[in-house]
Ligand binder design. Structure first.
Ligand SMILES: *[C@@H]1O[C@H](CO)[C@@H](O)[C@H](O)[C@H]1NC(C)=O
Ligand SMILES: *[C@@H]1O[C@H](CO)[C@@H](O)[C@H](O)[C@H]1NC(C)=O
Ligand SMILES: *[C@@H]1O[C@H](CO)[C@@H](O)[C@H](O)[C@H]1NC(C)=O
Length: 327
């Protein structure tokens, strides 16, 4: 119960409720205090602990501060502190749609098609695909399976169905958004969608005000260079939809899964535990960072060349004369 609701209630109530609430709060506090003493040290389940303790931490009476994540010193209990969570039995999935989330069939308009062209590296494209499903849902449109960026820095010529299980993607989301493989033909002819871009950080309302009018007029709209993030101010059911797309509907194809399993198997042969680290120390990222990495004029020239690709990068960064500093 929020503080405001509590006060509202107190005004209305004739006084009998307050002792009861105090007693419940008191008991809760006691449980929390006991709980925090029984819990030896903060670990990776700290976020959950923190949430559980919030009412106590915010209370002036009992102040159980949770310190930051502790890296065990030598000989520490690495095993317990890093590799497992004693709270994991309390975790549960929450990406399922709520009962009030209508099924796609009832809300999809048959003459609204959304297409997107993703942009960037695979992870960025994956986020774009996730957001595209939500945008189609917001616009009550049918989504055409997104086109992957084959001209990005990595020049990966793979298409969607080579990376992701496209039939699984379509069927798993069938209750959320209608998805088809290709734009249907119109009067036997290939139909060119209307192309447009949306501003960075376009929110649900922004898609409705900017894309919907075009969708109503042209019936098929393609959003180009779709690598923006849907606003964080998305309502819970749409956030859950993002989770369903990212964690359930986007499944890698078998050859990729087999390769990953092989790598994991090799690492597990060496140790029960392993850490995968993505260093991302690649030319485009180095160029975009605007930093100087000590490679002399050769580096300045090469990174300067790459920097010209981004029109949005500050002019000074794009010119070769720029002497970037270490950072
Ligand atoms: C979510 O839905 C799936 C499929 O209907 C079901 O198997 C699963 O138990 C549900 N999960 C939760 C946490 O309700
Ligand atoms: C989509 O459909 C829902 C349910 O019928 C409706 O409330 C909403 O206004 C529609 N949105 C658009 C953009 O058509
Ligand atoms: C994707 O690439 C594969 C292999 O090159 C090809 O067989 C398939 O037709 C392509 N799919 C689409 C939708 O372009």
């Amino acid at each position: 119960m929020g503080a405001a609701a509590f006060h509202r209630r107190r005004h209305r109530d004739n006084g009998r409720l307050i002792p009861a609430i105090s007693a419940v709060f008191g008991a809760l506090l006691l449980v929390f205090v006991l709980f925090s003493f029984l819990t030896p040290s903060p670990t990776d389940d700290e976020h959950l602990l923190h949430d559980l303790r919030r009412p106590v931490v915010n209370d002036a009476v009992v102040n159980v501060e949770v310190s930051g994540f502790r890296v065990p010193t030598s000989g520490g209990r690495l095993d317990r502190d890093i590799w497992k969570s004693r709270m994991s039995k309390f975790y549960y999935g929450c990406s399922n749609a709520s009962k009030k989330f209508p099924e796609a069939e009832g809300i999809t308009h048959s003459n609204r098609y959304l297409l997107i062209a993703t942009s960037g590296g695979l992870n960025q494209q994956r986020t774009g695909i996730t957001d595209a499903v939500v945008v189609a849902r917001i616009l009550n449109a049918t989504l055409v399976v997104p086109k992957l960026d084959q001209k990005s820095f990595w020049k990966d010529a793979s298409n969607f169905s080579e990376i992701f299980d496209v039939d699984w993607f379509i069927s798993h989301l069938s209750k959320d958004v209608k998805i088809i493989k290709e734009l249907p033909t119109r009067a036997g002819k290939i139909w060119t969608p209307y192309t447009m871009r949306v501003p960075r950080k376009c929110s649900a309302r922004c898609y409705q005000s900017r894309v919907l009018p075009n969708l109503l007029k042209k019936h098929a709209v393609q959003l180009t260079k779709f690598d923006y993030r849907l606003s964080n101010k998305l309502d819970t059911d749409l956030q859950k939809l993002r989770c369903r797309v990212n964690y359930h509907a986007l499944k890698f194809t078998d050859p990729i899964i087999q390769m990953a399993e092989k790598l994991v198997h090799r690492m597990r042969k060496r140790s029960k535990h392993y850490i995968a680290l993505h260093l991302r120390f690649e030319p485009d990222m180095l160029a975009f960072s605007g930093c100087y990495y000590g490679g002399g004029d050769k580096e300045r020239k090469e990174l300067g060349g790459i920097r010209k690709r981004w029109k949005t990068l500050h002019e000074i960064l794009r010119t070769q004369a720029y002497h970037s500093s270490k950072c």
